[in-house]
Write a protein that binds this ligand. Structure first.
Ligand SMILES: Nc1ncnc2c1ncn2[C@@H]1O[C@H](COP(=O)(O)OP(=O)(O)OP(=O)(O)O)[C@@H](O)[C@H]1O
Ligand SMILES: [Mg+2]
Length: 404
């Protein structure tokens, strides 16, 4: 029986579709959260521990999980900072900025002002080694109230400088019996040289048992990128795949926020939402959001889902798929359309690049620029040599319906 006493107030719609939007219920990530609690505790106690690297397709909730892990560190009074890596940009200045943030969280609790100032001057020296080209688009400036240190973290060699900077940051945190957490989103976009320097610095820091952890998030090929960079990466990081939600987690993601507003779902509505979204978190939020606005009352029914589905799909077409498609050049779009055609029946998994070439009647080498461009734009990744796959779930379906 429907209760007509409640009406579905759009203002109280709890769902949160959008990149990096914190979901009302973080479903299905309990293991990762617990694992990170252990990491924080062990690292602060000077015990050896691997940090986490999250990887997965677009919209599965990597950024949200990374932010959650950062909140856990903040709750434990750690100093934290976050960067979002960009292709063609050195990580030097972003890291300086992130550690500046971390230091601001720690500095005012530290008893030894001189030591805090010393760190500021090392941070400044580190930051001032940034090439003019790599400062573009970054508004942050190093602290002005101290002079740059000389002879520490300022050699220009990123690996050496990172080791010194990390050592000093960890030392400052260690005085307070906490640690430093550096969170890196879109980690696959770090250049090969910078990534190698970063891994080497993490390696050195972990050998010193200094309390600093780097937590990364990125596309599915990030573990492969890290392993290719340094063979010991697997010992530094615990690779965690962030994936679509299993059925029970998806139900929780839908029901828990609704319940707190006194709203229920029919079982059939839950079935239909899972069928429509495949449990992909971004889709779950988008469909739940639209369904809420269309449902006249609680409980939400399968009819409400069906009525709302076209609007949810339309929003995804523009906001999730379209915005990414727009970034591609005509040649790259042609490449993706060929991938989409080949993806029928294999659920848009990896397709061989040789087949893409033969579909387009082209020589494989002539398509390298398009493929490399798509990888750089984060639309496509190569999990295995000679294959490509979309980073965006359901992207093949989107392209097939688009051209139809
Ligand atoms: N565990 C979860 N339960 C429910 N909803 C979630 C969960 N994780 C993420 N979401 C929702 O999914 C959407 C995408 O999350 P997020 O931006 O973190 O994904 P992402 O993996 O970082 O994507 P991208 O690769 O595009 O950066 C957001 O609307 C968020 O609220
Ligand atoms: Mg993200």
């Amino acid at each position: 029986m429907r209760s007509y006493s409640e009406s579905m107030d759009p203002i109280r719609n709890p769902y949160a579709p959008g990149a990096g939007q914190r979901p009302p219920e973080l479903a299905g990530r309990d293991i990762e959260v617990r694992q990170f609690e252990v990491v924080l505790e062990r690292v602060a106690a000077g015990r050896p521990e691997r940090s986490l690297v999250l990887s997965g397709l677009r919209g599965v909730g990597k950024t949200v999980l990374l932010n959650t892990l950062r909140s856990q560190a903040i709750k434990r009074a750690w100093g934290t900072g976050k960067i979002e890596a960009r292709p063609d940009q050195s990580i030097r200045l972003p890291i300086a900025q992130a550690l500046h943030t971390a230091m601001r969280e720690l500095g005012h609790r530290h008893r030894d002002d001189e030591k805090v100032d010393e760190f500021s001057s090392v941070l400044k020296a580190f930051a001032l080694r940034t090439a003019a080209n790599d400062r573009k688009g970054i508004r942050w400036h190093p602290p002005v109230d101290v002079a740059a240190a000389k002879g520490r973290a300022d050699s220009g060699d990123l690996e050496m400088d990172l080791i010194e900077l990390f050592t000093d940051a960890a030392d400052l945190a260690g005085d307070l019996s906490v640690g430093v957490g550096l969170f890196i989103d879109e980690m696959q976009d770090i250049s090969a040289d910078d990534l190698s320097a970063l891994c080497a610095a993490c390696h050195e820091i972990s050998q010193q048992s200094a309390p600093l952890v780097v937590v990364g998030a990125g596309l599915p090929h990030l573990p492969a990128v890290l392993s290719a960079s340094k063979s010991y990466s697997e010992r530094l990081f615990r690779y965690i795949r962030v994936d679509r939600l299993a059925r029970d987690a998806c139900d929780r993601a839908l029901m828990v926020p609704a319940e707190s507003e006194g709203v229920q779902y029919d079982d059939e509505a839950l079935d239909e939402l899972y069928a429509q979204t495949d449990g992909y978190p971004y889709f779950v939020q988008a469909f739940a959001h639209a369904t809420w606005d269309h449902a006249p009352t609680s409980p939400i029914t399968i009819t409400d889902v069906a009525v709302a589905a076209p609007e949810a799909s339309a929003e995804l077409t523009v906001g999730f798929f379209g915005s990414r498609y727009e970034r591609a050049t005509p040649a790259e779009r042609e490449y993706m359309r060929a991938m989409a055609e080949l993806g029928i029946g294999v659920d848009d998994g990896s397709v061989p690049t040789a087949e893409v070439a033969s579909t387009l009647n082209r020589k494989p080498q002539s398509l390298s620029p398009a493929r490399d461009g798509l990888i750089k734009k984060g639309l496509v990744f190569s999990a295995e040599r000679g294959t490509v796959a979309f980073t965006v779930p359901h992207f093949g379906k989107f392209l097939r319906t688009r051209t139809a």
